[in-house]
Design a protein around this ligand. Sequence first.
Ligand code: HEC
Ligand code: HEC
Length: 411
Amino acid sequence: MSFRLTLILLNVLVIGGLLGVVFWRVFSLRRSPESTPANLTPFLEDEALEGRRLERVLGWTLLFSVVMILSLLAYFLWEPFRQPIMEDGFLERSVDRGAVLFANKASEHYNSEFSLLCADCHGVDGTGGVAIQTLQPEADECQLKKNKNNPDVPECAPQQVQWTAPNLTLAPLRYKRAQLIDIVTYGREGTPMPAWGVKSGKGPKNVQSINDLVNYLQSIKVTSDEAMKNAETAVDDYRKSADALVKGLQDESDKAAAALLEAQADPATSADDLDGLQSDADRLAAELALAITYRDDVEALTDGGVLFRLNCARCHTKGWSYYENDPANIDMAPLPAMGSGAYGPNLTNGSVLLQFPGKVGQQNQTTWVTDGVPEQGVYGVRGISSGRMPHFGKVLTKEQIAAIIEYERSL
Ligand code: HEC
Ligand code: HEC
């Protein structure tokens, strides 16, 4: 039984007891009407009343007054902390509810009734993951109904890709609270990120649950210093992983070529087996060629270029979100020019230089990427912010941002 319930029960008991006494007195008078009522019976003499008896009564009064003063004093001293304590408790409970909403089966807070499985895509600890997305080919002939899902037109078959779901322990550093609420409420059309808020007309969750989720995200954010340090190591890791991709494919491709040679030398190999081995070897050779082009691109990049890929490309380059997970995929359409626009505008062909011209422009561009401007505020020469772009002053150092700006201005 909780403390609160105990107090309520105690109150009910006391009030019930008092009522019982009153009823008993009234009914006992009714039952014997000739007995003298208590207020008409003779009482003690003044002599007796004004002696020790009076002192005793006054003593009790003094004692109760002291108790009253002390409790008022205690209340007065405690009062200023009551609100923050209440707010902390309120936030704590909200974060707990958010953790349950965020969880998936692998999380400690999972609840089969309430959990929304954000962790399936964003990782159990929110540090990012991948989501499967089905892409419909965009070629004109694939828009015709007869070509959709038609096995005779394989180039129009939907394609499954692995779309990067971002690291959310950085999200509260990159976005203001209102932006996070918008993202979670409306999701992001055309990406795997669903809409969760009732307000969007598509999601199941009310404003309180959206707030709980955002409070949870704010509770798992990393510090600014950590984010900046991780951004530094991410640049090296990115270059290393491009190298590792080539090495891995080189090994596989060598093995496939050797297996093919061996099979060709063996007269017992069937024509079907030979075809199979040949196509494996061709495929791996083609993947290796793509991986080498990718690795060479990465090697030619400045730190600013790598940082752009790691932080900006997913919004400013169409297809980057899945290309980056599988750069040697020969079935994927080639990536358009880096920075040529997607969810965020095209930054290539000097369009950044038009928006942010000259030295002053470069300064403005830095401020824009670092802190941004309020929603509907003006940036650059002709930009009006929709409030959708994240800002990077808390996740990248000044030098890293300067390097990205330098790279952007060369696009
Ligand atoms: C089906 C996979 C999936 C699920 C489930 C999902 N997300 Fe996402 N989420 C994504 C992807 C993918 C993106 C990035 C979209 C893009 O590329 O623009 C994203 C983006 C976000 C962002 C913006 C992050 C940034 O840095 O831009 C936030 C915040 C977010 N999700 C929160 C949530 C929350 C909270 C939930 C659960 C209520 C959730 N997501 C469930 C896939 C998912
Ligand atoms: C979550 C998606 C997203 C990410 C990530 C993102 N941007 Fe943006 N960016 C936008 C959107 C959307 C706009 C359009 C402005 C607006 O709506 O406020 C924009 C606008 C810009 C502009 C102004 C372009 C113009 O001509 O108006 C620049 C410059 C820019 N972004 C640079 C960057 C850089 C640098 C990074 C990485 C450090 C980055 N962006 C990361 C979404 C994004």
